[in-house]
Design a protein around this ligand. Structure first.
Ligand SMILES: C[S@@+](CC[C@H](N)C(=O)[O-])C[C@H]1O[C@@H](n2cnc3c(N)ncnc32)[C@H](O)[C@@H]1O
Length: 224
């Protein structure tokens, strides 16, 4: 490890990480996740920004890759080298079937804090950091900063909400989620060392009554 790799979680108590039930929920959700969230125009547009801004053959991390759809698939189709990380074995099984040419690893994202797997030219983190408590999100963003090459890109999405580690029913399971209002999220990413190259919001109605309508926030970021 060199430079500022790994600095993201410096001082953050490893023992403080409480993941209880989170990966198990996604194991149980499996393919229903993609059924509940069809028509991902916002995510596809943000993925296209990453795919098209970086030259073909770039190394891109899909952080919390889920089923690999649509993002790992989209990035691989654009000719990039894709590494997907997720802590749900069930989601990884689906991802390996959906994007056989990508490399998928079962890891908690906090395990990347030692700089392993890096460096990357780009990172996609779509609706993943929202599963962390707010106290951890700035550390995770600084870790991503450390995994990126200078000038590297981060495509980030979150759901706009003023909540911290808040338990919600989600497709028959309970998960804990955190969020920010748009201005606050912008401040958090800037403080983690990113420049905002673009941002947008999208009102999204999932195709399941088990998930309420949401405002999705997309930030196109560059490592400053
Ligand atoms: C809401 S889903 C989003 C999946 C995918 N990024 C997408 O947008 O389609 C969140 C994913 O992040 C994974 N995840 C959540 N917390 C994680 C952590 N600490 N380490 C690794 N994966 C995590 C979950 O297992 C799940 O697959």
């Amino acid at each position: 490890m060199s430079g500022d790799e790994g600095r993201g979680y410096e001082g953050y108590a490893r023992l403080g990480l409480d993941r209880s039930g989170q990966a198990e929920a996604f194991d149980a959700i499996g393919e229903r996740y993609d059924e509940a969230f069809p028509h991902k125009e916002g995510q596809l547009a943000a993925g296209a920004w990453l795919a098209e801004t970086l030259p073909p053959g770039s190394r891109i991390l899909d952080l919390g890759c889920g089923t690999g759809l649509p993002t790992a698939r989209q990035l691989a189709d654009a000719g990039h080298e894709v590494v997907g990380v997720d802590f749900s074995p069930g989601m990884l099984d689906l991802a390996r079937g959906n994007v056989p040419e990508a490399r998928f690893l079962r890891l908690d994202m906090a395990e990347l804090r030692d700089g392993r797997l890096g460096p990357f030219d780009g990172v996609a983190a779509f609706f993943t950091l929202l599963m962390l408590p707010r106290s951890e999100i700035p550390h995770a963003l600084r870790m991503v900063h450390g995994l990126l090459r200078p000038g590297g890109l981060l495509a980030l999405s979150m759901v706009e909400a003023d909540v911290d580690d808040f338990a919600i029913p989600f497709l028959g399971n309970t998960i804990r989620v955190s969020g920010y209002l748009r201005d606050e999220l912008r401040q958090v990413v800037c403080e983690a060392g990113f420049d905002v190259a673009g941002e947008s919001t999208l009102a999204y109605a999932p195709a399941s009554t088990d998930v309420p309508p949401e405002i999705q926030l997309f930030f196109n970021l560059r490592r400053a």
